[in-house]
Design a protein around this ligand. Sequence first.
Ligand code: PCP
Length: 390
Amino acid sequence: MFFVANEDEIRKGLTSDIYFSRAEEILKKKNINKHVIAEFTAQFLPYPWAVFVGLPEVIELFKDKPVNVWTMKEGTIFRARDEGGVPVPIMIIKGVYKDFAVYETPALGLICESSGIATKTAHIKKVAFDKTVLSFGVRRMHPAIAPMIDRSAYIGGCDGVSSVLGAKLIGKNPSGTIPHALVINLGGVSNAIIAFDKYISTDVKRIALVDTFGDEKLETIQAVEAIGRKLYGVRLDTPHSRRGVFADIIREIKWELAIRGFKDVKIFVSGGLDENTIPELSEAGADGFGVGTSIANAPTINFAMDIVEMDGKPVAKKGKFSGRKKVYRQIKDGELIFKVISYSENDFCADGWEEMLVPLIKNGKVVYHKQNIDDIREYALDQLKEINDL
Ligand code: PCP
């Protein structure tokens, strides 16, 4: 068996922390039915901003349950706090606390990890500009979440994903090149790319892996000599023990391809990439990046869920701001600005501001207009283009 929860167990709150079940039991036995509003906020962010992802699974968790939920849209870029230092709620839930107590754990888990992956990817895509970024990291994490990893990476800006199920979830063909194991099995890059060209459907780009045994320049020339104009690109996954100045290897290969009349052959790189290492490689001429660990194992966004109102009165634990709130945002001259006000405040002029929390679930019924994955990704990338800070 695999050590994973099934969908029914998640929906029943069986993955939750036991103290929520015990709290629910006590409240039921004492017949305590407090009507509360709880808000989801990020304590800190690994960057000045983050991308909010995870809504379809939050819907799966809360639909048909006696709650009301408001949320930011999938793919929204947000900050942890507004200009005045007030935490920015990205989602709020309203109902009788004991009716949703046990779902705090999965509700957070469904947005923390996916938002972290999309956030990291967005920071990588921002420095890669229009160059290709591929999600190559599903092997780094538990296979049960491979579709979530690739979907979140796609929303964050990846142009393609490597896993079969991840690609199916986003309605795309999976992206990949050649593993070292195939080159080893076939005795070298020439045999490998010839076999790839012979047996793999012609709609799959021919990208030769050129760092298995020989020098990357040598193996690139072998790949070109093997399949000529059918070669779309080469991939350098050069081990760190051999990298030296990786950017110079890229420059050298670009040169060697060009003087042989193959200047259009693309150069892809992979292995240990992130937003810090990509700019230099991009400037050296790399056309695309296969990013694994830094996306799949991205820092989680540490959202928390906290009661802020009970039976109509503001209440919150230390460190949290009580009372229901409204959230406004504007992106002005590249500046991403949030304004959080009390729900009851009437003298805030919202002109030029976008109100960010929209209805997701009303009395257990889904009222949110589900967007298609490409519209969500486009929304995230459009915001990315508008904001200045990294
Ligand atoms: C991995 C694979 C991915 C790379 C590393 C992602 O290489 O090629 O593209 O690296 P990262 O996690 O550091 O970002 P291997 O597993 O060594 O090679 P192969 O391609 O043969 O599986």
